[in-house]
Design a protein around this ligand. Structure first.
Ligand SMILES: *[C@@H]1O[C@H](CO)[C@@H](O)[C@H](O)[C@H]1NC(C)=O
Ligand SMILES: *[C@@H]1O[C@H](CO)[C@@H](O)[C@H](O)[C@H]1NC(C)=O
Ligand SMILES: *[C@@H]1O[C@H](CO)[C@@H](O)[C@H](O)[C@H]1NC(C)=O
Ligand SMILES: *[C@@H]1O[C@H](CO)[C@@H](O)[C@H](O)[C@H]1NC(C)=O
Ligand SMILES: *[C@@H]1O[C@H](CO)[C@@H](O)[C@H](O)[C@H]1NC(C)=O
Ligand SMILES: *[C@@H]1O[C@H](CO)[C@@H](O)[C@H](O)[C@H]1NC(C)=O
Ligand SMILES: *[C@@H]1O[C@H](CO)[C@@H](O)[C@H](O)[C@H]1NC(C)=O
Length: 411
C-alpha cells in the first residue's frame, strides 16, 4: 500500500467514504482507490455512465484513470471499476438527459474536478479536439489520439463500440435488405479519421446465392460498374451451380446474320455462290454480362437461338460474299436494348475488318438501336473494343418484373 492509500485510509477519509457508500451494496475495493481523499467528495460512488466511451483500459488506480481523462481533450468524465481497475473515459458528462446508472463497485467523476490537481504541465495547455496532452520534462506536446464518434454506416446495423481511440477496430454487419451480407470493420487511423469499409448492395448472382436464393430468374442487381448505386434487371442463370452467370434479357429483336452467299447480283453481271462454312443466323434472347464492368461476352451462346448454320458473335456484321467490284454487302446485325434500361457504351464504334471489307450502312440513329449491313471476302464491321453497357439517360423504360433480394435474415 503506497502513501496515498495510507492517507486515504486515515480515520477522516474513511468517514467520508463510508458516508458516501451508503447507497452502495458492496464495499469499495480500497487497494484500487489509492488517491487523495479530498476528491472523494466529488465522485459518484456506485454509479457509472454507460455510453459515449472513448477508451477502456486497466489502470492501477483511480488517480491514473483521472489523469488520463485530464490529458485527453475529448474526455469529459470517466468511470472507474474499483474491482477490476477498468478505467473508461467518456466524451460526455452525465446530466438530466444522460443519467448515470447504478453499478456497484464503480465510481464516476467529471474531469473538471481533477484538472488543477493532476494536470501537471498539461494544466495550462489546451490541446485541440481528438488530441492528448503528453507531459515531458521540458514542456508538453499534443498528439492525435481519438477519432471521435464513429460515423453511421449506410445500410449497416448500428455500430456497437467500446473505444474510439487510434487503432480501435469496430465490427459491423451489412445486414439490411438488399445488401450483400458481409462482416466489416472500421478502424481509427493514426490520422484521427475512421477508415470505413462501406456496405455494398447485392451486385452479382453469386451475392444473391449467398442469401440462399437459388432460382434462375430476373433480379435487381446493383452492378459494381455503376458504383453499386443503380439497379439493373439481370437474369441469373445456373443459380444451383457453383458458378452462376449474369445475363441481360433483350425484349426486342437482336440478331446476327452471316449469309451463306447464295447471292445473285444481276447488275454486276456476276453469279456468285460458294460454300460458306461459317454462315448462320442467330437471335439473341439474352446476352451475357460481367456485372463488375458491364462488358458483354458476345461469344456466349447460352441464350442464343440458332435459326440455321453456325453460332455468330453478338454485334458483328460479316459476310463472305462481297467482291470489291460489286459493293453490296449482306452481313447484318441488329442490337436493340429497348426495355433493358441500358444502352451500348456510346464511345464504342464499329470498324471495317477483314479482306475487302465494306459497309452498305451503319445506323445508330437512336440510343437503343444499332443496325449495320457489312461484308467482305471475308470481312465486315466489328466493334473496336469489347462491347459494354451503360445506363440509359432515363431508366423509366425498363420492362419491370424483377425481384429485390432480401438478405435481411442472413448470418
Ligand atoms: C522535449 O524534448 C523532446 C526530446 O527529448 C523533444 O522531442 C520535444 O520536442 C521537446 N519538447 C519541447 C516542448 O521542447
Ligand atoms: C453480426 O452478426 C452476428 C450474427 O448475428 C452477431 O453475432 C454479431 O454480433 C454482429 N456483429 C455486429 C458488429 O453487429
Ligand atoms: C459474420 O460473423 C459471424 C460471427 O462472427 C459469422 O457467424 C457470420 O457467418 C459472418 N457473416 C459473413 C457474411 O461473413
Ligand atoms: C470485365 O470483367 C471480366 C470479369 O470480371 C473480365 O474477365 C474482363 O477482362 C473485364 N473486361 C474489361 C474490359 O475490363
Ligand atoms: C436508320 O434508323 C432510322 C431510325 O430507326 C430509320 O428511320 C432509317 O430508315 C434507318 N436507316 C437504314 C439505312 O436502315
Ligand atoms: C466504353 O468503352 C470505352 C472504350 O471502348 C472504355 O474506355 C470505357 O470505359 C467504356 N465506358 C463504360 C461506361 O463502360
Ligand atoms: C442456407 O441454407 C443451408 C441449407 O438449408 C443452411 O445450412 C445455411 O445455414 C443457410 N445459410 C444462410 C446464410 O441462411
Amino acid at each position: 500500500m503506497n502513501i496515498l492509500c495510507k492517507s486515504l485510509l486515515s480515520m477522516e477519509s474513511l468517514l467520508i467514504l463510508s458516508s458516501m457508500s451508503l447507497a452502495v451494496h458492496e464495499p469499495l475495493n480500497m487497494d484500487r482507490m489509492c488517491t487523495d481523499p479530498n476528491f472523494l467528495q466529488r465522485i459518484s460512488i456506485g454509479q457509472m455512465l454507460p455510453s459515449h466511451k472513448i477508451q477502456s483500459f486497466i489502470a492501477p488506480g483511480l488517480m491514473v484513470c483521472a489523469r488520463e481523462c485530464v490529458y485527453q481533450t475529448n474526455c469529459l468524465s470517466f468511470n472507474f471499476d474499483t474491482e477490476s481497475g477498468q478505467c473508461e473515459l467518456t466524451r460526455a458528462e452525465a446530466g438530466l438527459s444522460l443519467p448515470l446508472v447504478s453499478k456497484p463497485g464503480f465510481v464516476y467523476a467529471t474531469k473538471s474536478d481533477w484538472i488543477t490537481a493532476i494536470a501537471a504541465n498539461c494544466q495550462h495547455v489546451k490541446c485541440p479536439p481528438n488530441h492528448r496532452c503528453v507531459p515531458e520534462l521540458n514542456g508538453t506536446h499534443c498528439v492525435l489520439n481519438d477519432c471521435g464518434i464513429p460515423p453511421t454506416i449506410k445500410f449497416a446495423a448500428d455500430v456497437d463500440y467500446t473505444e474510439t481511440i487510434v487503432g480501435a477496430k469496430l465490427g459491423y454487419n451489412c445486414s439490411r435488405p438488399g445488401m450483400k451480407p458481409q462482416n466489416k470493420t472500421m478502424t481509427c487511423t493514426p490520422y484521427g479519421s475512421w477508415d470505413v469499409e462501406p456496405c455494398r448492395k447485392i451486385s452479382s448472382c453469386a451475392d444473391v446465392q449467398r442469401c440462399n436464393v437459388t432460382d434462375d430468374r430476373e433480379y435487381w442487381l446493383y452492378p459494381e460498374a455503376f458504383g453499386y448505386a443503380n439497379k439493373v434487371k439481370i437474369y441469373c442463370h445456373g443459380m444451383n451451380t457453383l458458378n452462376p452467370k449474369e445475363y441481360v434479357s433483350l425484349p426486342s429483336e437482336n440478331l446476327v446474320v452471316y449469309p451463306s452467299a447464295v447471292v445473285k447480283y444481276s447488275y454486276c453481271g456476276v453469279d456468285y455462290s460458294a460454300n460458306v462454312p461459317k454462315a448462320g443466323k442467330v437471335h439473341f434472347e439474352k446476352v451475357r454480362v460481367h456485372p463488375k464492368n458491364m462488358t458483354i461476352d458476345g461469344e456466349d451462346n447460352q441464350f442464343a437461338n440458332l435459326r440455321w448454320g453456325k453460332f455468330q458473335a453478338y454485334g458483328r456484321a460479316v459476310d463472305c460474299a462481297s467482291y470489291i467490284s460489286c459493293r453490296k454487302y449482306f452481313g447484318f446485325f441488329r442490337i436493340d436494348t429497348t426495355g433493358t434500361g441500358l444502352v451500348i457504351n456510346r464511345t464504342v464504334s464499329w470498324v471495317l475488318h477483314g479482306n475487302r471489307a465494306g459497309q452498305t450502312y451503319f445506323n445508330r440513329s437512336s440510343d437503343h438501336v444499332i443496325t449495320a449491313k457489312c461484308g467482305g471476302y471475308c470481312g465486315g464491321c466489328f466493334p473496336d473494343s469489347q462491347l459494354s453497357f451503360e445506363l440509359e439517360a432515363e431508366t423509366s423504360t425498363v420492362v419491370q418484373s424483377a425481384s429485390d433480394t432480401m438478405c435481411s435474415d442472413i448470418f
